[in-house]
Each structure stands twice: as structure tokens, then as C-alpha cells.
Design a protein around this ligand. Structure first.
Ligand code: ADP
Length: 515
């Protein structure tokens, strides 16, 4: 992920209230319009609190630099209070029958869908992505809660045949306890619910530390969680100094599990910190996805898959393809069709209708994308399309990057090794399948990969050969709540989604019964 620019501490109280106005209920069933106030304070034990010092930092719109809110710059003290609240709430929450934990979770998902329009607008304001994508993210975010609420009822144990006649073997699954989630800015809503849903469904209580760029979506989810009947202390939200909060999380033996989505660099630091108390970790880290197009592919499908996977969220996702490898026979056709499809994409504020490329998140992200384009060109890459980072209209920041296609790419370039996190597609030609697989696997990362072919045998061969946790075979958008999402190699540990996700929040207990 792109390096963040850090938080700008400012004087003045947090707690400015943002309004969410419920849109008419989805499914055609109308409800009175309902107003929800979103507090911009930390949620600890069911109460909205400022930082003890009163310190705040600004949340801004990356498209305009408008200050949307001031939020608490919490630190060690608030992190301790949040952990204490989660610890106190744990016995009551974990003792509830699964169906009674599932019910408020299902209500939370419902409330998110009811308020989808308002949540999406808030998300676009703090994160920048086009409104249509934010609407999609809210539905996607709610789907993780719905899925987990259903799975809560299917946390099965086991009985195992013993080799002794006087013994019975039982395997129980129990919640790990207090969980901390540390989440990134690129999916401010879904990266929280993907952890919150299964953690709470399993009977854990939690604290969430959202990214400093996008805490407002977290506050909105927390407000709806209270409305849905999730008890005080079960979900706590704390914003502020990431390193100070992280230190408290790993120092307090109460926290038994940390689920992190973010950069590999920070993930590595957290692994070191986790050693102190041998804390369980789930890590969804960086990726460097390859995208292979074979001669026998449906090129139109490959182009639309490329656009979906690469250019969503202005290229700021960890499953974005970073390296396109196209077989010689279809290379020219693929590149021409890709460039033709990208050219008309409208760049602008995500709040404007018709826009499909919003701003990069901050100036550090802009600097990185610019450096990657310049570095590639200085090493011989040619610009087929785009390449400019600019301000598309008066009042908008200079953080908008044109969809960019680079050709004549080779391994000496940064784009071939580092996550660009921008709308830049470096394309390279290959001749043989074995060569393509070798190129694709030549990366320390192993999150997502994509390939397009209409040959059935090749489909199986390549899917099995790619060293990645996720393979989109003729599919540019594989992520969904019912499937396991996660990486191998330096892309992380653990899976989110699917029935596997519950295991991330459950411990196994073996009970040996002597007769
Ligand atoms: P990005 O580069 O996309 O901002 P990061 O990995 O830096 O990704 O951030 C992901 C999340 O990790 C954010 O919530 C951030 O505040 C948090 N974070 C960053 N550094 C630390 C740290 N030392 N300890 C705990 N959390 C951290």
C-alpha cells in the first residue's frame, strides 16, 4: 500500500456530528426517512469519548482538501480503556447462544443497507472513490456481516474415535477472546466488517483502529452497531496515534488476536510485536498481482476484467494487477482495446455522476505513483496512454492520475517489483505458457492473480501453477463474502470470508474424557 502522510494534529474538540439520512428501504419497502447522527468521537464501552488530552486530527476529502471532521487523536490511554471495555464485555457476549449474537449482527447489516446512500457518500468524501464504487462497497461490507451472522450458528466441534476403550475425545471451538482489528483506508467500510462480522459472530469482543485517513466510516458503522443492539463494550473504536495504540494492543495480554490489513512493512512490524505475548495474527498484506492473457483468451472479457481489477478505486487495492503479461498473438489487440476502453474514463470528484476515476488518497501516494511512472520511462518503458497526474477541475487537488498504460516494461523497473497503488498498467509480451507462469510467480508476494484463456486444460494447469492465494480464472473480480480471501508468501497469513474466516477467531480445545 501507499505510504501514508501521517496525521495532522490540530487544536479543537472532536465530536462534530455528521448526519446520515436513511434512503428509502431497499427492496421497494418504504420507511420514513430517518436521521442518524454520527459522532466523530471514539466509542469506548458504549460511550462516545474525546481523547483525554482533547487532541484531535483532521479528516479531509482527498479530492478537495476540505476538512470534513476533527476526530480524537487518541493514544495509549484510550487504547487501554478500549481494551478494558472489551475485556469486561467478553463474558456476557461469548455466553450468548449463537443465534442471539447473530440477531444484532443481521440487524446491523440491514441498517447499513438501509443507509447505503448516506454511508456511501460519507465514504466517498473521506476516501475519494466514485460514489458507485462506494455504494458497492457498502453492500459488500454488509455482506460480510450477514455471512458471519449465518456462520455463527455453524461453529461445529468434533468427536474423534479414541484408541482407548475408556476414553472419549471431544474437540470444542471457542472464541479466542478480545480481538484488535487494524484497518486500512482503501476500503474504509469493508475492511472493518470483514473482521467485525466473524469476530463478533464467534463470540469475541473487539477494538477497531481504523486508518487515520478514513475513520468516519468506522464511526458510522459503530453508531449503527449500537442501534442494532450490539451491547456496550463489545465493539470499541479508537482513532489516533497508530504506533502508540499498536504498542498497547501488543503489550496487553488481554488481546489474544490481532487482525490486520495493510502494508507488508507494517505487517512485519506487527509480527515482531506479536512475539511478546504470542498473539495470534491474521495478516492481509500487500500484493503484486500478475494478469496473464493467453492467445486463446476472449480479449473483450480480458479487457473488461483488466479494467475491473486494475482501475477500481484508482488502482488502490491490494488485489490490483501490477503486471500484465500478454501472449504475442493477441498483444496488439489487447493493448489497443485496453487503451481504447480507458481513454473515455471520466476523472474527477467521486461525488460527481459519471466519474469513474477519483483522486489518489494523499500526496505520498501521488509521489509514489509519479516515481513509478518516471522510473519506468527512464528505464525504457513507453507511454501508450495517460501518465499525467493533475487537477481535473477548479477546486480539485492535484491528486488525479490518468489511467495509464506502459509498454516495453522489464524487470529493471520499480513497477515490476513494488506495488504502485495507482491506475497504472505495465504491459509486457510473452511467448510460451511456461514463461508466463515463471514471470507471474517471480514475486515475493502471493495475494491475487488473474488469467484469461478459453482452453479448459490450460485453465486447470495455470490455476494450479500460480503461487497465489486467489486466482481469478477469466474473472477480474473474484472477491466475495462466501469465498476465502488471503495470500501466501509475503502477502500474509490467514483467510477472510467463507467458512474459513470463523476459524481465525476460534481456538480449538481438546477435551479428553476418561470413562
Ligand atoms: P498504508 O500504507 O496503506 O497507509 P499501513 O500499513 O501504513 O498502510 O496502514 C494500515 C493500518 O495500520 C492503518 O490503520 C495504520 O494506522 C496502521 N498502522 C501503521 N503503523 C502502525 C504501527 N506501527 N502499529 C499499529 N498500526 C499501525
Amino acid at each position: 500500500m501507499a505510504a501514508k502522510s501521517g496525521i495532522k494534529e490540530i487544536a479543537g474538540a472532536a465530536g462534530q456530528v455528521l448526519n446520515l439520512i436513511a434512503a428509502p428501504r431497499y427492496g421497494g419497502h418504504l420507511r420514513p426517512r430517518q436521521k442518524t447522527n454520527v459522532q466523530t468521537r471514539n466509542l469506548i464501552n458504549g460511550e462516545w469519548r474525546d481523547a483525554p488530552s482533547g487532541a484531535t486530527f483532521e479528516v479531509t476529502n482527498p479530492a478537495t482538501d476540505e476538512v470534513i471532521a476533527k476526530v480524537p487523536n487518541g493514544g495509549a490511554e484510550q487504547a487501554k480503556a478500549a481494551i478494558a471495555a472489551a475485556r469486561a464485555a467478553l463474558p456476557g457476549w461469548r455466553a450468548l447462544p449463537a443465534a442471539e449474537r447473530a440477531a444484532p449482527l443481521a440487524r446491523l447489516a440491514d441498517l447499513m443497507l438501509e443507509q447505503r446512500e448516506a454511508l456511501a457518500t460519507l465514504l466517498t468524501r473521506e476516501q475519494g472513490k466514485p460514489l458507485a464504487e462506494s455504494r458497492g462497497e457498502i453492500s459488500y461490507a454488509a455482506s460480510f456481516i450477514t455471512w458471519a451472522a449465518e456462520e455463527a450458528k455453524r461453529v461445529y466441534g468434533e468427536t474423534v474415535p479414541s484408541s482407548r476403550p475408556d476414553q472419549r475425545i471431544l474437540v470444542l471451538r471457542q472464541p479466542v477472546g478480545v480481538v484488535a482489528a487494524i484497518t486500512p483506508w482503501n476500503f474504509p467500510s469493508a475492511m472493518i466488517t470483514r473482521k467485525l462480522g466473524p469476530a463478533l459472530a464467534a463470540g469475541c469482543t473487539m477494538i477497531v483502529k481504523p486508518a487515520e485517513q478514513t475513520p468516519l466510516s468506522a464511526f458510522a458503522i459503530a453508531e449503527l452497531a449500537l442501534q442494532a443492539g450490539i451491547p456496550a463494550g463489545v465493539l470499541n473504536i479508537i482513532t489516533g496515534d497508530a504506533a502508540a495504540i499498536g504498542q498497547v494492543i501488543f503489550a496487553d495480554p488481554t488481546v489474544r488476536k490481532v487482525s490486520f490489513t495493510g502494508s507488508t512493512e507494517v505487517g512485519q512490524k506487527l509480527m515482531v510485536a506479536a512475539a511478546a505475548n504470542v498473539v495470534r495474527l491474521s495478516l492481509e498484506l500487500g500484493g503484486h498481482a500478475p494478469f496473464l492473457v493467453f492467445d486463446d483468451a476472449n480479449i473483450d472479457a480480458a479487457v473488461s476484467g483488466a479494467i475491473k481489477s486494475k482501475f477500481r478505486n484508482a488502482g488502490q487495492t491490494c488485489v490490483c494487477p501490477n503486471r500484465f503479461f500478454v501472449q504475442a498473438g493477441v498483444y496488439d489487440e489487447f493493448v489497443a482495446k485496453l487503451a481504447a476502453a480507458l481513454e473515455p474514463m471520466q476523472i474527477g470528484s467521486g461525488l460527481d455522476e459519471g466519474v469513474s476515476v477519483g483522486p489518489l488518497i494523499d500526496d505520498a501516494a501521488v509521489a509514489k505513483v509519479r516515481d513509478h511512472i518516471d522510473d519506468a520511462r527512464s528505464h525504457g518503458a513507453t507511454l501508450r496512454l495517460g501518465g499525467k497526474i493533475f487537477s481535473p477541475a477548479a477546486g480539485l487537488t492535484e491528486r488525479f492520475c490518468q489511467p495509464t498504460v506502459l509498454e516495453n516494461v522489464n524487470t529493471s523497473m520499480k513497477v515490476s517489483h513494488e506495488e504502485t497503488f495507482g491506475p497504472v498498467a505495465p504491459v509486457r509480451r510473452f511467448t510460451h505458457e511456461a514463461e508466463a507462469i515463471e514471470l507471474a510467480n517471480d514475486s515475493p508476494y502471493g495475494l491475487a492473480s488473474y488469467f484469461y484463456t478459453r482452453d479448459n486444460a490450460r485453465l486447470w494447469r495455470v490455476a494450479e501453477a500460480l503461487e497465489y492465494g486467489i486466482v481469478g480464472a477469466n474473472d477480474g473480480g473474484p472477491s466475495t463474502a462466501q469465498a476465502p480471501f488471503g495470500g501466501v508468501k509475503m502477502s500474509g497469513i490467514g483467510r477472510e470470508g467463507g467458512r474459513y474466516v470463523m476459524h481465525e477467531y476460534l481456538d480449538i480445545k481438546y477435551v479428553s474424557i476418561g470413562l
